[in-house]
Design a binder for this molecule. Structure first.
Ligand code: UP5
Ligand code: MG
Length: 190
Protein backbone atom coordinates (compact mmCIF):
# COMPACT_ATOMS: atom_id res chain seq x y z
CA UNK A 1 0.00 0.00 0.00
CA UNK A 2 1.18 3.51 -0.80
CA UNK A 3 2.49 5.63 2.07
CA UNK A 4 0.07 8.46 2.75
CA UNK A 5 1.42 11.99 2.47
CA UNK A 6 1.43 13.60 5.90
CA UNK A 7 2.25 17.01 7.34
CA UNK A 8 4.37 16.88 10.48
CA UNK A 9 5.29 19.69 12.87
CA UNK A 10 7.91 18.93 15.51
CA UNK A 11 7.14 20.65 18.83
CA UNK A 12 10.32 21.16 20.83
CA UNK A 13 11.40 23.06 23.93
CA UNK A 14 12.74 22.27 27.37
CA UNK A 15 11.04 20.19 30.05
CA UNK A 16 8.04 22.18 31.28
CA UNK A 17 8.19 24.78 28.49
CA UNK A 18 4.50 24.10 27.71
CA UNK A 19 4.64 21.75 24.72
CA UNK A 20 1.73 19.56 25.85
CA UNK A 21 -0.40 22.53 26.93
CA UNK A 22 -0.04 24.35 23.61
CA UNK A 23 -0.47 21.15 21.55
CA UNK A 24 -3.92 20.75 23.10
CA UNK A 25 -4.80 24.26 21.85
CA UNK A 26 -3.44 23.54 18.37
CA UNK A 27 -5.50 20.31 18.16
CA UNK A 28 -8.66 22.31 18.99
CA UNK A 29 -8.03 25.09 16.47
CA UNK A 30 -6.23 23.45 13.59
CA UNK A 31 -7.32 19.80 13.61
CA UNK A 32 -3.92 18.25 14.12
CA UNK A 33 -3.42 14.95 15.92
CA UNK A 34 -1.13 15.31 18.93
CA UNK A 35 1.54 12.64 19.35
CA UNK A 36 3.58 13.18 22.51
CA UNK A 37 6.62 10.89 22.38
CA UNK A 38 6.80 11.01 26.19
CA UNK A 39 3.10 10.06 26.53
CA UNK A 40 3.58 7.16 24.08
CA UNK A 41 6.58 5.93 26.09
CA UNK A 42 4.67 6.23 29.39
CA UNK A 43 1.76 4.27 27.86
CA UNK A 44 4.25 1.61 26.78
CA UNK A 45 5.41 1.26 30.42
CA UNK A 46 1.81 0.92 31.61
CA UNK A 47 0.96 -1.67 28.95
CA UNK A 48 3.53 -4.01 30.45
CA UNK A 49 5.54 -4.24 27.22
CA UNK A 50 8.88 -6.05 27.24
CA UNK A 51 10.61 -2.67 26.91
CA UNK A 52 8.65 -1.19 29.82
CA UNK A 53 11.27 -1.54 32.54
CA UNK A 54 14.04 -0.16 30.30
CA UNK A 55 11.88 2.84 29.33
CA UNK A 56 10.93 3.50 32.96
CA UNK A 57 14.59 3.51 34.02
CA UNK A 58 15.58 5.87 31.19
CA UNK A 59 12.78 8.33 32.03
CA UNK A 60 13.64 8.25 35.73
CA UNK A 61 17.22 9.23 34.78
CA UNK A 62 16.13 11.80 32.21
CA UNK A 63 17.90 9.84 29.48
CA UNK A 64 16.82 9.47 25.87
CA UNK A 65 15.18 6.13 25.00
CA UNK A 66 16.76 4.36 21.96
CA UNK A 67 15.30 5.88 18.81
CA UNK A 68 14.08 2.60 17.30
CA UNK A 69 11.66 2.22 20.25
CA UNK A 70 10.29 5.76 20.01
CA UNK A 71 10.12 5.79 16.21
CA UNK A 72 8.13 2.53 16.18
CA UNK A 73 5.58 4.03 18.59
CA UNK A 74 5.29 7.23 16.53
CA UNK A 75 4.97 5.32 13.23
CA UNK A 76 2.31 3.03 14.65
CA UNK A 77 0.32 6.01 15.97
CA UNK A 78 0.50 7.78 12.59
CA UNK A 79 -0.56 4.64 10.72
CA UNK A 80 -3.49 4.03 13.07
CA UNK A 81 -4.71 7.60 12.65
CA UNK A 82 -7.05 8.75 9.88
CA UNK A 83 -5.52 12.21 10.08
CA UNK A 84 -2.80 13.56 7.81
CA UNK A 85 -1.58 16.37 10.14
CA UNK A 86 0.52 15.52 13.18
CA UNK A 87 2.15 17.41 16.02
CA UNK A 88 5.11 15.38 17.18
CA UNK A 89 5.77 16.67 20.71
CA UNK A 90 9.09 16.11 22.48
CA UNK A 91 10.83 14.34 19.58
CA UNK A 92 13.48 14.32 18.07
CA UNK A 93 15.54 14.83 21.25
CA UNK A 94 19.01 14.30 19.79
CA UNK A 95 20.70 14.27 16.42
CA UNK A 96 20.52 10.47 16.25
CA UNK A 97 16.72 10.58 16.81
CA UNK A 98 16.43 13.15 14.06
CA UNK A 99 18.53 11.31 11.48
CA UNK A 100 16.91 7.93 12.24
CA UNK A 101 13.36 9.34 11.95
CA UNK A 102 14.24 10.97 8.65
CA UNK A 103 15.78 7.84 7.15
CA UNK A 104 13.11 5.43 8.45
CA UNK A 105 10.01 7.52 7.64
CA UNK A 106 11.32 9.83 4.86
CA UNK A 107 9.28 12.54 6.58
CA UNK A 108 10.64 16.11 6.76
CA UNK A 109 8.83 18.44 9.17
CA UNK A 110 6.91 21.43 7.77
CA UNK A 111 8.58 23.43 10.54
CA UNK A 112 9.72 23.15 14.14
CA UNK A 113 7.72 24.95 16.80
CA UNK A 114 10.24 25.89 19.48
CA UNK A 115 9.11 26.98 22.95
CA UNK A 116 11.82 29.11 24.49
CA UNK A 117 11.69 29.42 28.29
CA UNK A 118 14.15 29.97 31.15
CA UNK A 119 15.18 27.04 33.33
CA UNK A 120 13.98 28.92 36.41
CA UNK A 121 10.45 29.16 35.02
CA UNK A 122 10.44 25.57 33.69
CA UNK A 123 11.62 24.27 37.06
CA UNK A 124 8.87 26.20 38.83
CA UNK A 125 6.23 24.72 36.51
CA UNK A 126 7.48 21.14 36.79
CA UNK A 127 7.69 21.24 40.57
CA UNK A 128 4.11 22.49 40.85
CA UNK A 129 2.60 20.21 38.18
CA UNK A 130 1.58 17.47 40.64
CA UNK A 131 0.53 14.86 38.10
CA UNK A 132 2.57 12.13 39.71
CA UNK A 133 5.20 11.97 36.97
CA UNK A 134 8.19 10.01 38.19
CA UNK A 135 10.55 12.50 36.57
CA UNK A 136 9.08 15.62 38.25
CA UNK A 137 11.51 15.65 41.19
CA UNK A 138 14.39 18.10 41.48
CA UNK A 139 17.12 15.46 40.92
CA UNK A 140 15.58 14.18 37.68
CA UNK A 141 14.61 17.70 36.54
CA UNK A 142 18.29 18.77 36.71
CA UNK A 143 19.25 15.73 34.61
CA UNK A 144 16.51 16.53 32.08
CA UNK A 145 17.80 20.12 31.75
CA UNK A 146 21.36 18.88 31.15
CA UNK A 147 20.27 16.39 28.46
CA UNK A 148 18.13 19.11 26.88
CA UNK A 149 21.04 21.56 26.61
CA UNK A 150 23.62 18.99 25.49
CA UNK A 151 21.56 16.75 23.19
CA UNK A 152 18.30 18.47 22.22
CA UNK A 153 19.51 22.02 21.52
CA UNK A 154 21.71 20.74 18.66
CA UNK A 155 18.54 19.46 16.94
CA UNK A 156 17.00 22.93 17.16
CA UNK A 157 20.25 24.40 15.81
CA UNK A 158 20.15 21.92 12.91
CA UNK A 159 16.69 23.12 11.88
CA UNK A 160 17.49 26.75 12.64
CA UNK A 161 20.31 26.61 10.09
CA UNK A 162 17.66 25.45 7.58
CA UNK A 163 15.23 28.26 8.55
CA UNK A 164 12.68 25.74 9.83
CA UNK A 165 12.48 26.97 13.43
CA UNK A 166 9.52 29.08 14.60
CA UNK A 167 10.60 30.36 17.99
CA UNK A 168 7.98 31.34 20.56
CA UNK A 169 8.50 33.16 23.87
CA UNK A 170 7.04 30.47 26.15
CA UNK A 171 7.57 32.29 29.45
CA UNK A 172 4.37 34.29 29.00
CA UNK A 173 0.89 33.24 30.22
CA UNK A 174 -0.73 30.32 28.32
CA UNK A 175 -3.15 32.54 26.35
CA UNK A 176 -0.40 34.90 25.19
CA UNK A 177 1.80 32.01 24.12
CA UNK A 178 -1.11 30.65 22.08
CA UNK A 179 -1.58 34.02 20.33
CA UNK A 180 2.02 33.72 19.12
CA UNK A 181 1.46 30.08 18.12
CA UNK A 182 -1.56 31.10 16.00
CA UNK A 183 0.61 33.42 13.90
CA UNK A 184 2.87 30.49 13.05
CA UNK A 185 -0.08 28.19 12.22
CA UNK A 186 -1.82 30.72 9.96
CA UNK A 187 -0.98 28.59 6.86
CA UNK A 188 -3.16 25.83 8.38
CA UNK A 189 -6.15 28.15 8.97
CA UNK A 190 -9.22 26.71 7.26
N1 UP5 B 1 2.21 25.51 32.05
C1 UP5 B 1 2.27 25.28 30.71
N2 UP5 B 1 2.35 26.45 30.04
C2 UP5 B 1 2.38 27.44 30.97
C3 UP5 B 1 2.47 28.87 30.88
N3 UP5 B 1 2.56 29.51 29.72
N4 UP5 B 1 2.50 29.57 32.04
C4 UP5 B 1 2.43 28.94 33.26
N5 UP5 B 1 2.32 27.58 33.38
C5 UP5 B 1 2.30 26.86 32.26
O1 UP5 B 1 3.50 22.19 31.06
C6 UP5 B 1 4.21 21.94 32.27
C7 UP5 B 1 3.46 22.59 33.42
O2 UP5 B 1 3.48 24.00 33.25
C8 UP5 B 1 1.98 22.19 33.51
O3 UP5 B 1 1.59 22.12 34.85
C9 UP5 B 1 1.27 23.34 32.78
O4 UP5 B 1 -0.04 23.52 33.25
C10 UP5 B 1 2.15 24.51 33.12
P1 UP5 B 1 3.45 21.11 29.88
O5 UP5 B 1 2.56 21.65 28.83
O6 UP5 B 1 3.18 19.78 30.44
O7 UP5 B 1 4.98 21.21 29.39
P2 UP5 B 1 5.83 20.20 28.51
O8 UP5 B 1 6.78 21.03 27.72
O9 UP5 B 1 4.94 19.27 27.77
O10 UP5 B 1 6.61 19.46 29.68
P3 UP5 B 1 7.06 17.95 29.80
O11 UP5 B 1 7.46 17.75 31.22
O12 UP5 B 1 6.07 17.02 29.22
O13 UP5 B 1 8.35 17.99 28.87
P4 UP5 B 1 9.48 16.94 28.73
O14 UP5 B 1 10.11 17.26 27.43
O15 UP5 B 1 10.38 16.93 29.89
O16 UP5 B 1 8.70 15.55 28.81
P5 UP5 B 1 8.38 14.43 27.75
O17 UP5 B 1 7.15 13.76 28.19
O18 UP5 B 1 8.48 14.94 26.38
O19 UP5 B 1 9.62 13.41 27.98
C11 UP5 B 1 9.79 12.81 29.25
C12 UP5 B 1 10.95 11.84 29.17
O20 UP5 B 1 10.66 10.81 28.25
C13 UP5 B 1 12.29 12.42 28.69
O21 UP5 B 1 13.01 13.05 29.72
C14 UP5 B 1 12.99 11.15 28.20
O22 UP5 B 1 13.50 10.41 29.27
C15 UP5 B 1 11.81 10.38 27.59
N6 UP5 B 1 11.67 10.62 26.13
C16 UP5 B 1 12.55 9.97 25.27
O23 UP5 B 1 13.45 9.23 25.72
N7 UP5 B 1 12.42 10.14 23.92
C17 UP5 B 1 11.47 10.95 23.39
O24 UP5 B 1 11.41 11.06 22.15
C18 UP5 B 1 10.57 11.62 24.26
C19 UP5 B 1 10.71 11.44 25.62
MG1 MG C 1 4.73 17.14 27.71
Amino acid sequence: TAEKKVAVVFVLGGPGSGKGTQCANIVQHYGFTHLSAGDLLRAEIKSGSENGTMIQNMIKEGKIVPSEVTIKLLQRAMQESENDKFLIDGFPRNEENRAAFESVTKIEPEFVLFFDCSEEEMERRLLSRNQGREDDNIETIRKRFKVYVESSMPVIEHYNAREKVRKIDAAKPVEEVFEAVKVVFAPFEK
